[in-house]
Design a protein around this ligand. Sequence first.
Ligand code: PGA
Length: 257
Amino acid sequence: MNKSLRKPLVVGNWKMNKTPHECVELLDELIPMVSEVDRADIVVCVPFVDLCSAVEKTRGTNIRVGAQNVHSAPKGSFTGEISAEMLLEIGATSVIVGHSERRTYFGETDETVNLRARAALDAGLQTIICVGETLTDRDAGITEEVVGLQTKIALQNVSAEQMANVVIAYEPVWAIGTGRNASTAQAQEVCAQIRSIIGKIYGDFIADRTHILYGGSMNAANCADLLNEADIDGGLIGGASLKPVDFTVIVKAANNN
Ligand code: PGA
């Protein structure tokens, strides 16, 4: 597998943190710190209400802005939801779909993740699809099966052309926000399995060009080793993305990869 076919990608997942005002303050700090970075792509996925401020603040910089969820319908009676077209119109380029917190707390299933991902892809958004096993799955030795199934269902009816906008984020649930990251070997093993599944569905040309990220307690201290692995093309960063200094270390490690 030729890693040079994939420009490293670092995505910050701010989760439900930062008001619009605080969002601008954080970006004010971050923008100059990463302004020299040109060999890695940077996306910050902010709360819905921060999107407009974030898009405005990052205009003309090397940081793009994404959302953390999107509904599958183009419009209609879906109180509390946001459509892909709404995200596009305000200038978001990306969206996270199927984060484990959405699956755990908000009833997302592999099927709804697929529907949301397809809506985002139909609209032309970069779609960061999260997959990952629980600790029970890992202890039962079924990580490959669980992650494989999540990946296959998420990609159902996604065309080969749309794969150019697909990013898979491998996030073991037991590593998210726990300070307990997967070892480089564990992360690499599953990311390679995901690439092989993509290869079986879409062929090697597409598999070689699909970004696969690792997420789950990636931080300034462990990022270099993780990002060095053959099938890890970047990171989906939660806690550390709220700290400009730490996030910059991760972005620069990706930039040097
Ligand atoms: P974490 O979160 O980096 O805080 O573990 C990652 C994520 O949930 O995307």
